[in-house]
Design a protein around this ligand. Structure first.
Ligand SMILES: *[C@@H]1O[C@H](CO)[C@@H](O)[C@H](O)[C@H]1NC(C)=O
Ligand SMILES: *[C@@H]1O[C@H](CO)[C@@H](O)[C@H](O)[C@H]1NC(C)=O
Length: 446
């Protein structure tokens, strides 16, 4: 038998050990962002609402989840089911209980960065003021869904550049804002937000909807709501989280399943892949032992198998929605004429934007003897000239049109190429002035 003092000593050690391990377990934090607005973009806010429901169901408290979304969908005049947002053709409402931390014009790249960095002072008086208050024992989950282009993702009134996100992430790491972090990004060319930027030694694992060069895809066209309900990569990872036991599923397995089901683009992974292979989904998306996962019904499975046929490249979404609306309208109706003219207008504006960017490329070579116009308009180069790209695209934003417009985003790789072949930013900006100043800053109505 052990002497009494000795026994107490061992018990005290065990007690302290337990406290130590409780403290080291850490908390879950999350930031969910939908970067668009407008009923045509229903799906991005729907994705974010669904993501919130997953984290909420898995026990992450609202105090630890920051939601940024414009919030113009639930009550949108075009929404036939007011106050309800769904993310699947047979889905339940995902809008209820979603925190309204940052809505409307507070959904900005600057506020997103301040939320990530935990800058409470900067966000004082803005929205709910909620920021990440995570520390070195905590895991952080970030999900962003919206339009994107080479080296940037869109917000309702502006864009976030890959280099600025990269800097923010590096600051979060050096300021010990997380133990491990997982980032999921849905957007066109989303790989370019991390490719060649995110290091493998800062405890981050990330996946993206597409590689740096290709579109991402909308899915689930709903003929009642007359819009796409989700995005392919987003619904694939979320339906997987809904169906799997996330306490045993690894992030890498979720990536594999999402990649297999996202048939139209290449789902990519970045950062520390070992972390992805060894960590469970629940370590970032939470786990509630009381909520058993709900395996997909055969009907859901069949619907999901049809996703491919339903998927449409993001840049074609507006035209696709209008064409589908048109097909559902009786010939010779007044409504039909209105939608027809809207569609014609949309196509005309898309062509005008492509024409403007093409002209900027042409003009950029007018003062140069070597003319690489053919080269820069025919193949995508990997973006490394981040500063030139940011300065030229911001100049275009000021002089030409909203660069977060999806038809502009779709052609920004040409601007990236102009920087990549070594043109100095002032030369390209002069070309921007020559093309856009005579036209004035254009706004597009859809
Ligand atoms: C991206 O961030 C990493 C640190 O996390 C840094 O080493 C790298 O230089 C950054 N890249 C750019 C282009 O800023
Ligand atoms: C990647 O993550 C694993 C698992 O957490 C860790 O053991 C490894 O040291 C990390 N690699 C780097 C380069 O940081």
């Amino acid at each position: 038998m052990l002497p009494r003092q000795h026994f107490t000593f061992i018990a005290a050690i065990a007690f302290l050990g337990a406290i130590g391990s409780i403290a080291a377990v850490g908390q879950n934090w999350a930031v969910l962002v939908a970067g668009s607005n407008g009923y045509f973009n229903y799906r991005h806010q729907s994705d974010v609402c669904h993501a919130y429901q997953i984290l909420h169901k898995n026990g992450i408290p609202d105090s630890n989840i920051v939601v940024m979304m414009y919030d113009d969908i639930a009550k949108n005049p075009e929404n036939p089911t007011k106050g309800i947002i769904i993310n699947h053709l047979k889905g339940k409402d995902v809008y209820h209980d979603v925190p309204h931390d940052y809505t409307g014009n507070t959904v900005t790249p600057k506020n997103f960065i301040n939320v990530l960095l935990g800058n409470k002072d900067a966000m004082n008086g803005v929205g709910s003021g909620k920021v990440l208050e995570s520390g070195p024992d905590d895991n952080v989950f970030v999900f962003f869904t919206d339009h994107g282009a080479t080296g940037l993702v869109a917000f309702p009134n502006d864009v976030l550049y890959a280099k600025d996100l990269n800097t923010t992430i590096a600051q979060m790491h050096s300021q010990h804002k997380y133990k491990e972090m997982v980032i999921y990004i849905e957007s066109c060319e989303s790989g370019s937000m991390l490719d060649g930027l995110l290091p493998d030694n800062i405890n981050i694992y990330a996946t993206t909807a597409s590689n740096p060069d290709e579109s991402s895809y909308a899915c689930y066209y709903d003929s009642v709501r007359q819009t796409y309900l989700g995005d392919l990569y987003s619904v694939n990872w979320m339906e997987d989280s809904d169906a799997e036991d996330v306490t045993t599923e690894t992030l890498f397995k979720q990536f594999q399943i999402t990649r297999k089901k996202t048939t139209e683009s290449h789902v990519m992974q970045y950062g520390n892949l070992t972390l992805g292979a060894s960590s469970h989904v629940s370590e970032f998306q939470g786990a509630n032992m009381l909520n058993k996962p709900q395996p997909m019904s055969p009907l859901t499975d069949r619907l999901n198998a049809m996703l491919k046929r339903d998927a449409v490249a993001v840049v074609d979404v507006r035209e696709s929605i209008l064409s589908r609306r048109l097909a559902a309208l009786p010939v010779n109706s007044a409504e039909r004429a209105a939608v027809e003219s809207k569609l014609a207008n949309t196509i005309q504006q898309r062509n005008a934007i492509a024409g403007t960017i093409d002209l900027i490329a042409k003009k950029s070579f007018e003062v140069n003897r070597a003319n690489y116009y053919e080269l820069v308009t025919s193949q995508r180069m990997k973006l490394t000239q981040h500063d030139c790209y940011k300065s030229v695209t911001q100049h275009m934003h000021e002089k030409c049109f909203d660069i977060q417009n999806e038809y502009v985003l779709n052609k920004l790789w040409i601007v990236a190429n102009l920087c990549q072949i070594g043109l100095q930013d002032f030369i390209i900006k002069n070309a921007v002035n020559a093309v856009c100043e005579p036209l004035g800053r254009q706004t597009f109505e859809y």
